[in-house]
Design a binder for this molecule. Structure first.
Ligand code: ADP
Ligand code: MG
Length: 625
């Protein structure tokens, strides 16, 4: 019996904020509270089942897992109970009284004011329990933790900022919720309504959900086997869509899926979805993987990292194996040969699925690429296994395409100019910077396509993606540019100019030796007087910028200045140098040209104030000051 007085506790500040929002702002889609509570009950049973795998005695004579839903119309109470893991006092305070703070903060930041979107966020961010306060003016939760002999706990709250806890009489394990419905939400007591909502959201829940009528008769609402176990020919596209939405809390349809029922040496089923939209936390280091692992229909775990490499973590779906033992743990999975084989085959399946999508529906593939391309590109890093597949899947923006349209390497090669040997790319902060770069002048003049590597990760992609279809990938801003037969004219000019500008270049080089490695005649420029290029083995300007941004030490590497012998500034400057090689202004002019080359490629200049004062001096001279 319980004699002690209830212990009164305050909700954590973030929870209060959230409750306030749930109670006062979210009125549409109230029905999702039921989805959230049933999903919690199912999670709780998963955990109980998992804990008891090795200690079956924990379950006692209550070994049939079940979720029960019962409406008491006279009292306006909806009861939902499960024989899952339950909670003790500490767990109640931690799980219901507080929320992992970073998650809540992000949730609150992401709120859009659009109710439909905001409700969807509630599912994604794992603050689902509080949805019950959309329909309840009081909730009583009674719970007993699996395997603990202490007292059960009764928790009660009206969602108004505080809750109470006290000992309770409940001898069976699990959680029972007593939801006191608000006057205007009594519809949730109707059998018909409850049945529909549960069918809609909880069809694939792995445990029976029983609706109890007023005579105590049970009706199981989710009697179908899980979707992935049914034969492919019996499943409609709509059912595939629904299942995807169910497992990923998504609103949109998936872009593509692949359902594989594998028999032979290994037996397993996989249902793999390419999502339509990226989750908010795709790039967070703790981002979860999207595949769940089942063994002979029994749920083992969500976000099973062992099933797919990290660069495919955006995929959603299920793998159900016949061969793994039920009591697999994460530690076992890491070394398990079965899982490694499944993982290799599943990786191939996903890459094939993506390739098929790219061939059959370019528009959908582009939308996939926009959402997930940068993640897929992580696959180039330290990965030789599926490099060929990845090369066929990778897309970039390019000088030939308008913004947001993507180009694959295969298409690039098909459209190469006659006489073009290599594939050209430029790395830059964004499309604008790439387009403005002086390094592309000769490419524009000759109408040669250049791929834009504008994601930060592209610098690393470039290190693995050095060849495609027998053609080298060449950085347009690095090394000695040789366009082969296409630059015959430039090479001839370069040779002539070399002799003519020899002494001038030497002087330039000497005076700027602190910043420059070399000064030479260009084959890349058409309109600009000069540009900076990196030596073959050195870091490029873009990589340097990225490394500095992430506070990494960047080795000092001097750049090469290329001058355009056709440009009037270079020609005049050479004239001045030849007339008087001791002219004291030469050093200033050289300095300004180097600074301008930095600005043109989007790099910072080392001493902006000195640059401005030099330019002002020149302006004053020109203006007759
Ligand atoms: P989420 O389910 O995403 O973790 P919720 O707000 O739905 O977020 O639930 C918060 C936590 O409360 C759960 O993670 C779980 O630990 C606990 N919980 C909720 N319902 C139950 C239940 N029926 N049985 C046991 N624990 C539960
Ligand atoms: Mg939940």
């Amino acid at each position: 019996m319980t004699t002690q007085t209830p212990q009164k506790m305050e909700f954590q500040a973030e929870v209060k904020q959230l409750l306030n929002l749930v109670i006062h702002s979210l009125y549409s889609h109230k029905e999702i509270f039921l989805r959230e509570l049933i999903s919690n009950a199912s999670d709780a049973i998963d955990k109980a089942r998992f804990e008891s795998l090795t200690r079956l005695e924990l379950l006692g004579d209550d070994a049939t897992f079940k979720i029960r839903v019962e409406a008491d119309k006279d009292k306006s109470i909806l009861r939902i109970s499960d024989n899952g893991i339950g909670m003790n006092r500490e767990e109640l305070v931690r799980n219901i009284g507080t929320i992992a703070s970073s998650g809540t903060k992000k949730f609150l930041e992401q709120l859009t004011g659009d109710q439909k979107k905001d409700m969807n966020l509630i599912g994604q961010f794992g603050v689902g329990f509080y949805a019950v306060f959309m329909v309840a003016d009081k909730v009583v939760l009674t719970t007993r933790r699996l395997g603990e002999s202490g007292s059960a706990v009764r928790w009660e709250s009206s969602g108004d900022g505080a809750y109470t806890m006290e000992d309770a009489d409940k001898s069976s394990r699990g959680t029972e919720l007593e939801i006191h419905l608000k006057e205007e939400d009594k519809e949730f007591l109707e059998d018909w309504t409850i049945r529909n909502i549960i069918r809609k959201y909880s069809e694939y829940i792995a445990y029976p959900i029983a609706l109890i009528d007023k005579d105590g008769k049970e009706e199981v609402l989710n009697a179908k086997p899980p979707l992935w176990r049914r034969s492919k020919s019996e499943i409609t596209a709509e059912q595939y869509h629904e299942f995807y939405k169910h497992i990923s809390h998504a609103e949109e349809n998936p872009l593509a899926w692949s359902h594989n029922q594998i028999e032979g040496a290994l037996e397993y089923t996989s249902l793999l979805y390419v999502p339509g939209k990226a989750p908010y936390d795709l790039y967070y280091p703790e981002r979860k993987h999207g595949l769940s692992l089942y063994v002979r229909r029994v749920f083992i775990m969500n976000d099973c990292k062992e099933l797919l490499p990290n660069y495919l973590r955006f995929m959603r779906g299920v793998v159900d194996s016949e061969d793994l033992p039920l009591n697999v743990s994460r530690e076992i999975l890491q070394k398990n040969a079965v899982i490694q084989k499944i993982s290799q085959a599943t990786t191939k399946k996903v890459l094939n699925l993506l390739e098929t999508l790219s061939k059959e529906d370019a528009e959908k593939y582009a939308s996939f690429w926009k959402e997930f391309g940068a993640v897929l590109k992580e696959g180039f890093h330290m990965n030789w296994e599926n490099l060929d597949e990845l090369k066929r899947l990778v897309r970039f923006e390019s000088s030939r395409m308008q913004a947001d349209k993507y180009r694959g390497l295969q298409d690039y090669v098909v459209d190469m100019k006659e006489g073009q040997k290599d594939i050209y790319y430029i790395t830059a902060e964004n499309r604008k910077a790439a387009e403005g770069s002086p390094h592309l002048e000769v490419f524009r003049k000759k109408d040669i396509e250049v791929l834009y590597f504008t994601d930060a990760i592209d610098e690393w992609v470039a290190q693995s993606l050095t060849e495609f279809d027998g053609k080298k990938l060449v950085n347009a801003a690095k090394g000695d540019l040789d366009l082969g037969d296409l630059s015959k004219e430039e090479k001839k000019q370069q040779k002539e100019a070399k002799g003519q500008y020899q002494k001038f270049m030497k002087d330039f080089e000497e005076k700027m030796s602190a910043t420059l490695k070399e000064v030479r005649v260009t084959t890349r420029l058409a309109e600009s007087p000069c540009c900076l290029v990196a030596d073959e083995g050195d870091l490029g300007a873009n990589l340097e910028r990225i490394l500095k941004m992430t506070n990494q030490k960047v080795p000092d590497s001097k750049r090469i200045l290329e001058i355009n012998p056709d440009h009037p500034i270079i020609q005049k400057l050479n004239g001045i140098f030849e007339a008087d090689s001791t002219n004291p202004k030469l050093a200033d002019w050289y300095g300004v040209l180097v600074d301008q080359a930095l600005l043109a490629e989007g790099s910072p200049i080392p001493e902006p104030a000195a640059y401005v004062s030099k330019v002002n001096k020149f302006l004053a001279e020109v203006l007759g000051g």
